[in-house]
Design a protein. Sequence first.
Length: 277
Amino acid sequence: MERNKILIVDDTPDNVKLLKTILKDVECEIIVATDGEEALNKTFEEQPDLVLLDYMLPKLDGMKVLERIKEWNKDIAVVIITAYGSERVAVETMRKGGEDYIINKPLRKKEVLEVVDRILDDINLKKEKAMETEEDRNLQAYKTLSRFERKLRNFFVKTLKKHYGENWWEIGIPKNIQRLCEERREEAILRKKKIQPLLYYTDFSHYLSIILYKNDVDNWKIVFGKYFINIGWIKGRMIELNEIRNDITHPKPITEMQYEKLKLYINEILEYMDRKV
């Protein structure tokens, strides 16, 4: 997990220096801004986990900065620091989305560390849970894609055989994909691995090439066009599925939207594959 980022916003150099000293043993990256406008710019650029925000600032006061930060990203924790501690300030802070406590001036090491440690613990717990969710999502997406690939390969074999007979491999599979699969199977034999059907050794990115293969024959017109809506429909879905698959295998966490799109597209394609034509 990356180090947490803390943005200190204060126009008084001594206060900035003191906060840096207090936080020197906290595992974090410190960023500094000295007025309200700079605070917003640094927030947008650096995306800190926590902002320690002075209540009184030049150019833009702390409450306005807090409000704009929360409009942009409500997940950034913001703690107001003030020499004018009062119930009104605390209520206004919470109303605008800030944390439910403030740090009073003069700054006290114990108080600052208690607040910062508590907030960073909560932030890191949320990050860990998010990572677990992302890992689980990637795993489920990988399993879903693997099941889809098995069904798609079986569909190719069945439909190509139906139209081209026993010579379906030589007639309906692009030559470059034939060579690749045959080379990979030969390598598997040399390594004494379990031997799979030839089409098993192709890549996901090749499936669209098989559907649209056109040489002496035209796979789309003869075989696959009767199953799917049109070329643009299947092409768009297979390209997006391949992009999501690349993210999973790199590995790169996929978003919830990508996962939902993956399931939707796969279900749509399977539904058309199962049609009686």
